[in-house]
Every structure is written in C-alpha cells, then in structure tokens.
Write a protein that binds this ligand. Structure first.
Ligand code: IPM
Ligand code: MG
Length: 354
C-alpha cells in the first residue's frame, strides 16, 4: 500500500515526522506500506510556484491514502489567492473528490481537566462531526470582488448545494450514526437560507432509509451554543462545509486541545486524506513544541478507513492512550505535575508504547 506524505508548512513537517516514526515502527512489525513525500501549500509554492504542484497531485493520486500535516504561514499571506497555501489544500480535496470529512471529538479521561469547560460537562464525550468538504460557499460560483453601481467595492460568494451533494453526505452521516449511538443531528440555517431549506428537506428524505437512526435538526447558531452548554447530547452531527469548519474547531476545544483531533476526508471509495484539524501554527514552528498526537491519530484513522488495517489502527490508538496515561504531555495539554515533553519525545513515547 502506498501512502503519500505531504508535510506542508509551519509545524507540519515536525508533527508528520512523528506519525511517520509510528508508521515505520508498524512497518518493522510487518505492515506492508511504502511512503512517498511531496510538498504542498507554501512548501509547494516555494518548490515550484504552485501550492499544489502537479507532481504532488500525481503522487497523491497514485497513493492509496494521503497523510497531510498543515498548510499556511505569514510568509505567504500577501500572495494572490490562487498561490496561497490554503488553495493547495482546497484543490487537493476537490481534485480527489474528498467530499466526506469526518472529525471526531473524543475526550480522553486523562485530559478532561485540560478542557476550558468543566470536567463534568466534557467527561466521556464522543462526538463525530461529518462535514461536507467539496461544496458550499467554499466552492460556489460566482464569487468575487467588484465595483457596484455606486462605484463602491463589494465582495460576494455563493452558497450552493445540489441535491445529490446533500444526499451523499447525509448517507455518510446516517451510516456513521448507525455504527455508533444511532443519533444524527443535521445542522443548518433553514430559518434564513434557501440552501439550508433544501438541505433539511433532502436529509429528512434520506432518513426514511434509516429508521433505526434518530434524526434531529438544529440551527447552526443553536448548535454552537449547545456544544458548550451540553455537548453530551450529540452523537453524530452532519453539516455543510462552512458550518462544519466552524463547529469542528469549537468541538475540538471541548476535548482540551485542538492538538488532539484527527480527521479523515474520504471519497466515495474510502480513499482518503488524513490530517490533524489544527493549522500550521507558525508561531511555534520548528521549536519542538507542537503536539503530534492529532497527526498520529490521523494516521490511525488512515489505517482504519483506507488501508483496512483495523488491528494496526487499534494499536496506534492504544499507544496514544498509554503515552497519555504514562503522563506525557506537550505544552498545550500540560497540567501541574505532568511530564512535559516536546514534539519528538511525544512521538518517541507513542512509538515506544506500540
Ligand atoms: C480546515 C481549515 C481549512 C478549511 C483552511 C485551512 C482552508 O480551516 O481544514 O478546517 O477552512 O477547510
Ligand atoms: Mg477549519
């Protein structure tokens, strides 16, 4: 099995190196994988003037799965939009048709105190956000900045979802719920937006095929509030690209640190791109401070969903739990009395726990 390794920018290379360390360890134990590295984001721009170089896309296409670090950095902030690192990420999602983004927010018992919410509110939390990833206002046309009739500048974007796009992500949501707590909450803004009105109708229709799953609908503003008021009420949440972007950052903080959350972006055949949900954190890049666990857990998701190596996936997740139980903490999840370690040492701890 071929894995494309795209470290990207900022802390990307150092956290991906820890996940590679874990994968190398599994390979020594007999896992048949080959890894090929390629630049994306700012690194792609630096290498060839394109945040998604043709060669990188080719490596990703030929691979069975893609493991990505993060993209972006202040150095690239003033580039024209098509050259920006984020475009590399958005384009690879679109090019590989990775429409289903799974973002689990799980609270590890050892970290319940690291959340800014009361431990009793977040204890035992296990939410899965299913975010549509290749449509919505992120990709809708037309968009632009233009002069209006009064000669003023105006910016505009188009929120757009087709029925098939809604249908296929709704199926992913229902199927995920079926394997878990059998509750699906669809998040929209149907009281204001036409797109959401269609969304709600289509999700309600798809629900007929899943009588065993309890479907509810929630407006996105209420969902944002309920996530901090009583997050335990949620099992699986399904939502559009932009609402999912926002809610998944919010949900990550329930778990104590955004540095803990992995994600999978899947196409219709379970080929996937796996990445931590956090960004490139340029402020701490190269300082051996970043938490590599979200990336290591993304590698575990990759083993489970794309490579179908359940056993190896379990082992990696167990190893992360063990490293946490042994008291290893990077700065973002550190508390008094913890064994504070850097990026590399955390990677070593997980590899050793394997
Ligand atoms: C994410 C990120 C991206 C997004 C950015 C970097 C384009 O915030 O993966 O959540 O908005 O999808
Ligand atoms: Mg985001």
């Amino acid at each position: 099995m071929k894995i494309a390794i795209l470290p990207g920018d900022g802390i990307g290379p150092e956290i991906v190196a820890q996940a590679v360390k874990v994968l190398e360890r599994l390979r020594r134990d007999g896992l048949k994988i080959e890894m090929e590295q390629a630049p994306i984001g700012g690194a792609g721009y630096d290498a060839s003037g394109d945040p998604l170089p043709a060669k990188t896309l080719d490596v990703a296409r030929r691979a069975d799965a893609v493991l990505l670090g993060a993209v972006g950095g202040p150095k690239y902030d003033n580039l024209p939009r098509p050259s920006r690192p984020e475009q590399g990420l958005l384009r690879i999602r679109k090019e590989l048709a990775l429409f289903a983004n799974l973002r689990p927010a799980t609270v590890y018992p050892e970290l319940a105190a690291a959340s800014t919410l009361k431990p009793e509110v977040v204890a035992g939390l296990d939410i899965l956000i299913v975010r549509e990833l290749t449509g919505d206002i992120y990709f809708g046309q037309p968009r632009g900045i233009r002069a209006n009739a009064r000669g003023e500048q105006e910016g505009f974007d188009t929120m757009l979802y087709s029925e098939p796009e809604i249908r296929r992500i709704a199926h992913v949501g229902f199927q995920a719920a079926r394997k878990r707590g059998k509750k699906l909450c669809s998040v929209d803004k149907a009281n204001v937006l036409e797109t959401s009105q269609l969304w709600r109708g289509v999700v309600t229709d798809v629900a007929k095929e899943y009588p065993d799953v309890a479907l509810s609908h929630m407006y996105v503003d209420n969902a944002a509030m309920q996530l901090v008021r009583n997050p335990g009420q949620f099992d699986v949440m399904v939502t559009g690209n932009m609402f999912g972007d926002i809610l998944s950052d919010e949900a990550s903080m329930l778990t104590g640190s955004i540095g803990m959350l992995p994600s999978a972006s899947l196409d219709a055949n379970n080929k996937g791109l796996y990445e931590p949900i956090h960004g490139s954190a340029p402020d701490i890049a190269g300082k051996d401070l970043a938490n590599p666990l979200a990336t290591i857990l993304s590698a575990a998701m990759m083993l489970r969903y794309s490579l179908r190596e359940e056993r190896a996936a379990d082992r990696v997740e167990e190893a992360v739990k063990k490293a946490l139980a042994q008291g290893f903490r990077t700065a973002d999840i550190s508390e008094a009395g913890a064994r504070k370690v850097g990026t590399r040492e955390m990677g070593d701890a997980v590899a050793a726990a394997l």
